[in-house]
Design a protein around this ligand. Structure first.
Ligand code: ASP
Ligand code: MG
Length: 595
């Protein structure tokens, strides 16, 4: 008999009528012959109300008490939903996180799931009940109540679907699916029928609010198909599965993160371990650094730029200041009027002109690009806040995201994607069953025979990146990583990219032409570099991955020349001669997480 997990978010249980409607959906599924587990969030804005109440009593409420308080929101909902099911003539039992055996670690307010015991749920289902489980909450070793972080009911639902081997996990919410970009920002955004786990992970971490990103990590790890749909309409919604909607379309979604800040530490001595000092000081404040760009040293000094959410700027600057002497850097600059505009697409890695198309679209819209980072399935640019909406619209249009791709798989064509079922089973059997949400690394590898080209003194105006990467693309050169970041006090930037060793000379020729055309300062290029790649699931939500990587390379005395990070990979470009050492030591440093 098939098993369905149905999750109802806060807006879907906001009042009595909605609770009854949710109950009817579950009963209907049960009458169709499914075993049904519901996961329910707190009613409406109840969690916010509880937070407000706590704030009135105490400026910094103890984390344990906060979780005790917030968990009551879900407890109210599950009881009411179970009552609604009873009054409609079916059987239901409500259970708290503790009662479903949702064991977590003890980091209150952001606890991670360790294990779930399914016996009780299965017994109740066998007896003909609909099980109504409280989302968002768990219990630690000492029976303290914990919560998984805001929006965490999605993660409860997908985790339950994973351990129960559910056939589907339906997420009922107030939007009718996943869109190519936030439709509140761009009305022409299109609802997609299908999106891949990897794309959804990137979009979720860029702030696309539809799903809690840890729930997608779970889904990917355990191969759970997620069906996002509206509680209030009968549209089909969006399936989140292993495959992308189209096999050819380079970009599937675009995102804009409005409130970012850029920090540049100027004149960092270009010796191993210096940037590590900066990043570990920031990591200690639990701030996730993004778009890290480390420029190649000139006269033995490098500039390190990165972005953080604007609300974290003050704390970040204090952390950087505290290590300035130890680092021996010259100064710190920052800009808090910047936004991040990104495109995401599973097919991007195999296509050539995606980056230059994005840069050209931005240039045509007269948008200046401050920073660029690329990874396998994502390109991010940092742009002036005042131009962020124009930039988002320009890239959305360039990649035709408002139109359904011709080769799109439709919702009804999506059967269960069991193609990689074997892999999933192998993966699950290797995961320790007491660490469901632990960091899972699938590999540490090196790519040798790489070369790097850097242009210094790139003028700070629209159109340069577009010109540069179009010219390079026209020359038939395939680029791997691109980073652009702050170079000098005059606002000029430097752009580095990597290519295969065999393409170095051609790349240098093109770079020299561009240099002459735009009056840049100089071009440098070198071989003897290699790329170290750490691959896995949830690399960004586990913020320590980048820190451990830096630390290990610093301990080995290895200088990091370029870095990029995504949900799927962390890449560092280093000296080729040290690549084997680095890979060996990283395998040792990550032994616990490596499958
Ligand atoms: N009630 C919690 C929140 O508002 C959990 C959830 O809704 O997923 O964040
Ligand atoms: Mg919610």
């Amino acid at each position: 008999m098939s098993l369905i997990v149905q999750k109802f978010g806060g807006t879907s249980v906001a009042d009595v009528g909605k609770i009854q409607a949710a109950a009817r959906k579950a009963i209907r599924a049960q009458r169709q012959g499914h075993r049904v587990v519901m996961v329910v969030s707190a009613m409406g804005k109840n969690t916010d109300a509880l937070l407000g109440l706590a704030g009135e009593i105490c400026e910094q409420p103890p984390a344990r008490e906060m979780d005790m308080l917030l968990s009551t929101g879900e407890q109210v909902s599950v009881a009411l939903v179970a009552m609604a099911i009873h009054s409609l003539g079916a059987k239901a039992v409500s259970l708290t996180g503790g009662q479903i055996g949702m064991k977590t670690d003890n980091s209150f307010s952001k606890a991670r799931i360790q294990s779930i015991s399914t016996d009780r749920i299965e017994g109740l289902l066998d007896a003909g009940n609909i099980v109504v489980a409280a989302g968002f909450q768990g219990i630690d070793d000492d029976l303290n109540i914990t919560t998984l972080g805001r929006g965490g009911s999605d993660t409860t639902a997908v985790a339950l679907a994973a351990v129960l081997g559910a056939d589907a996990c339906e997420i009922y919410t107030d939007v009718d699916g996943v869109y190519t970009t936030d439709p509140r920002l761009l009305p022409e955004a299109r609802r997609v029928d299908v999106i891949s786990y990897d794309e959804m992970l990137e979009l979720a971490s860029l702030g696309a609010g539809v799903m809690h990103s840890r729930s997608i990590e779970f889904a990917k790890k355990f191969g759970v198909p997620i069906h996002v749909r509206s509680s209030f309409s009968d549209t089909e919604g969006t399936m989140i599965v292993a495959e992308a909607e189209s096999q050819t379309q380079p970009v599937s979604g675009a995102a804009m993160t409005p409130d970012e800040a850029r920090v540049t530490v100027l004149g960092v001595p270009d010796v191993p371990g210096k940037s590590q000092l900066i990043f570990s000081a920031i990591a200690e404040c639990k701030i996730a650094v993004d778009m890290v760009v480390q420029n190649i040293g000139k006269k033995g000094r490098a500039n390190v730029s990165f972005t953080v959410p604007r609300e974290e700027l003050a704390v970040t600057l204090a952390a950087v200041e505290s290590v300035m002497d130890a680092v021996g850097a010259e100064s710190v600059a920052h800009d808090d009027q910047v936004s991040k505009v990104s495109v995401v697409g599973a097919n991007m890695a195999t296509q050539t002109s995606v980056a230059s198309r994005m840069f050209r679209a931005l240039s045509d819209a007269d948008v200046n690009i401050y920073m660029i980072t690329t990874s396998e399935i994502k390109i991010s640019t940092l742009v002036p806040k005042s131009q962020a909406s124009i930039a988002l619209r320009a890239v959305h249009e360039e990649f035709g995201l408002h139109q359904r791709p011709e080769d799109a798989q439709s919702w009804s064509e999506i059967k269960e994607d069991r193609d990689n079922a074997a892999d999933v089973d192998a993966l699950v059997s290797r995961l320790r069953d007491d660490a469901l949400e632990a960091l899972t690394l699938t590999g540490i590898s090196i790519t040798e025979k790489q070369a790097r080209v850097t242009l210094h003194g790139v003028p700070d105006k629209p159109g340069i990146a577009a010109d540069m990467f179009e010219t390079i693309g026209d020359a038939g050169i395939f680029i791997d990583m691109i980073v652009q970041g702050c170079d000098g006090e005059d606002g000029s930037t430097s752009v580095s990219f990597t290519v295969d060793e065999t393409a170095l000379q051609a790349s240098l020729d093109v770079a020299n032409d561009i240099l002459a055309k735009h009056q840049m300062r100089d071009v440098q290029g070198g071989t003897d570099i290699a790329k170290v790649t750490v691959s896995g699931i949830g690399l960004r939500s586990h913020t320590h991955v980048a820190t451990v990587l830096f630390q290990q390379l610093a301990e080995d005395g290895i200088n990091v020349e370029m870095i990029n990070t995504s949900e799927l990979q962390v890449n560092a470009v280093i000296d080729a001669k040290r690549a084997l050492d680095a890979a060996e030591d990283l395998k040792r440093a990550f032994a616990d997480s490596l499958l």
